[in-house]
Design a protein around this ligand. Structure first.
Ligand SMILES: *Cc1c(COP(=O)(O)O)cnc(C)c1O
Length: 234
């Protein structure tokens, strides 16, 4: 089941990439939040190398069990008081959404002697999704990143509104692409902005057509999440 879904998704990725005329590499993050370990193991057997969790505790638990064979992405909101626990445990934190949080990541990374890769989360459809920075907050955030020696800004992350309106979804992704291009054109020191993390189960094809380099897929791989389980394992 997991293997078949992954095969299907990989085919769709190839198709979207050729529609977009793209040949650059893209990263598939399998979102394992609230997914049974057995299914996660199946995904690993089927070649998954990147997993995403939206809670610090869950990420650390999966990492304890699955170890260094995988790359761990934190994709959910990060509270300042949890930064200390997560530093050194992720390959990428997608959800950095304030300068205050950025400063804490810098401080704890310096303490541990590591460099932490992050994305800036941007909120483009403000009325519909609650997380992420407003467009006007992004440049000050990027400039702050330039001054930090233990944090590397690798790009932007965004979420489209949950809707069937493909045009609206597309316009959000296109806007994220434009904002990233604008930052790239400014040639900030130490900031490459190579990544654009956007696209989930229902909209990743549109995201790939609009330039996503990282897609985050959960339910399409593992099936619908059972929210009754929420909190059970914590
Ligand atoms: C849950 C989640 C996903 C995956 O969502 P699906 O619709 O199951 O693919 C992607 N990104 C974030 C930030 C999430 O919280």
């Amino acid at each position: 089941m997991v293997q078949e879904q992954l095969n299907l998704i990989r085919e769709e990725i190839d198709r979207s990439m050729s529609v977009a005329g793209r040949k650059d590499p893209i990263t598939l993050v399998a979102v394992t939040k609230m997914v049974d370990m057995e299914l996660v193991q199946q995904a690993i057997l089927a070649g998954v190398l990147h997993v995403g969790e939206n809670k610090v505790q869950e990420l650390l638990k999966k990492r304890d069990i699955l170890g260094e064979q995988l790359q761990y992405h934190l994709i959910g909101h990060l509270q300042t008081n949890k930064v200390k626990k997560i530093i050194g445990m992720t390959s990428l934190i997608h959800s950095v959404d304030s300068i205050r949080l950025l400063e804490e990541i810098q401080r704890r990374s310096e303490e541990k002697g590591v460099v932490t890769d992050i994305l800036a989360e941007i909120n483009i459809s403000e009325e519909q999704t609650k997380t992420g920075m407003a467009e006007s907050d992004i440049l000050p955030f990027v400039e702050q990143c330039c001054m930090m020696s233990n944090v590397r800004l690798k790009g932007l992350m965004t979420m489209a509104p949950y809707t069937d309106d493909d045009m609206l979804i597309r316009s959000v992704f296109r806007k994220a692409y434009e904002i990233r291009s604008d930052i790239q054109k400014r040639h900030y020191e130490n900031i490459t902005m190579e990544h654009l993390s956007m696209g989930m189960s229902h909209d990743y094809k549109i995201a790939l057509e609009e330039g996503a380099t990282i897609i985050r897929i959960g339910s399409k791989i593992f099936g619908e999440r059972n929210y009754d389980q929420l909190g059970k394992n914590e």
